[in-house]
Ligand binder design. Sequence first.
Ligand code: UN1
Length: 514
Amino acid sequence: MLSVKIENILSKLGINPKNESVCTGKQWLTALGSETISIISPVDGKKIADVTLASTTEYEKVIQQSQLAFDNWKKVPAPKRGEVVRQIGNKLRENKEELGALVSYEMGKSLEEGLGEVQEMIDICDFACGLSRQLYGLTIASERKEHIMMEQWHPLGAVGIITAFNFPVAVWAWNAMIAAVCGDVCIWKPSEKTPLSAIAVQNIIRPVLINSNIPEGVFNIILGDFRIGEKMAKDTRIQLISATGSTKMGKRVSQLVASRLGKSILELGGNNALIITDDADLKNALKAAVFGSVGTAGQRCTSIRRLIIQNTIYDKFIAQLVKIYKQLNIGNPLNKQNHIGPLIDKIAVSNYQNAINEAENQGAKILYGNKVLKGKGYESGCYVLPTLIEAQNHLKIVQEETFAPITYIMKYNTLKEAIAMQNDVKQGLSSAIFTNNLKEAQYFLSHSGSDCGIANVNIGTSGAEIGGAFGGEKETGGGRESGSDSWKAYMRRQTNTVNYGNDIPLAQGIKFEI
Ligand code: UN1
């Protein structure tokens, strides 16, 4: 259990959301909006705070400030920008316990996962700091005599970061830390379900912004709902929108951004499968199947939604899985004894119930779960039993992403059949196989294997490290965030050709004499 009271954490993190709804970095602007929302913890059903949503006037102020900031920030040498990000990482280190606990209390994920999320932020700060000295271009051989060609990467402008409730702080950091070293300014719209964690982050980084002399307006935050998201998507002053959330939301954002020919990075729904072969280490496969399915109460975009199990081990595996499910502790996520916390809210609970009902109506068989927990410790009404359902892949409900701990289980004969099943969904985020057979593993990773943005061997589908590019194909949206060369999406590429000779030859051998 937490050793400090949540009230103390809120006060230490300086949370006063009634008065603050937008921040341009160093200072919160006085809240002008008239709409408020109450933030209720799914952990105990208690109100944590009321939050005032930003008004149009405040939105304008933030955008204008961000434009001024960009003019200065883009001129700061990238390694100096990296130094600011390094200091942000240190502040997060200092406040890891409190921020992790707040994330857990506001969102409902386990304390361990809340701390892990803050660790992801710290890691991406380290990564981005190093990257600030490695924003490299290419030189390319020119077909013309005494010419060189090269590519440069310049800062892009303003980046709108729309994040979801399930990773209330880490996904901002994946985007903002990279964008910042690239010379961009950031405008963050956190989920209206978890604004307090976002306010806390802003307060944690403020001393760095105040002391480091960076222009006001590099790291902005706007508290609002989908209307602010739509405004951002339409706003030509925001060059890139990076949005995380449902496929439905992503389609809307994508259309609005595309209609003004803006850029977007979309990280949307997944329908992730774990294939378990009879060559697998079954003990490890079980662990991965359970954590991937019930971690964060099934509310990760990378959560396991489908288990595709080889027929020879099918019955044995399921029996062991059900046995483990029966032993899982469900309850207050701040208590380390518990494996599973609540769903984010009651809407999520009814989505869970509806999905199970639909699965049954469509002919699937419930093996375990299907219960909303009541009684002491479950007063918020958001705790549910993780659920295992034997179902066929083509069922309508199996084809959809339900953000809850529901796992559909299916059987296969040949690996080709398993891969076909795994790919036969609209989404394409994460995937994994358990096998000790090199040929099977390699085939899964080949062009004829998984069609997802993430494909793993002998680990689950979730828990990606920040060093890799994160994102997926098909209806997952195609965006890549975080590590590898994802930074390129946050910069504009410029191709330069320089003639250092005395003639002016044309490309393609064209002659033009005057
Ligand atoms: C998400 O659920 O939107 O790979 C992100 C993972 C985490 C990130 C998930 N590192 O599960």
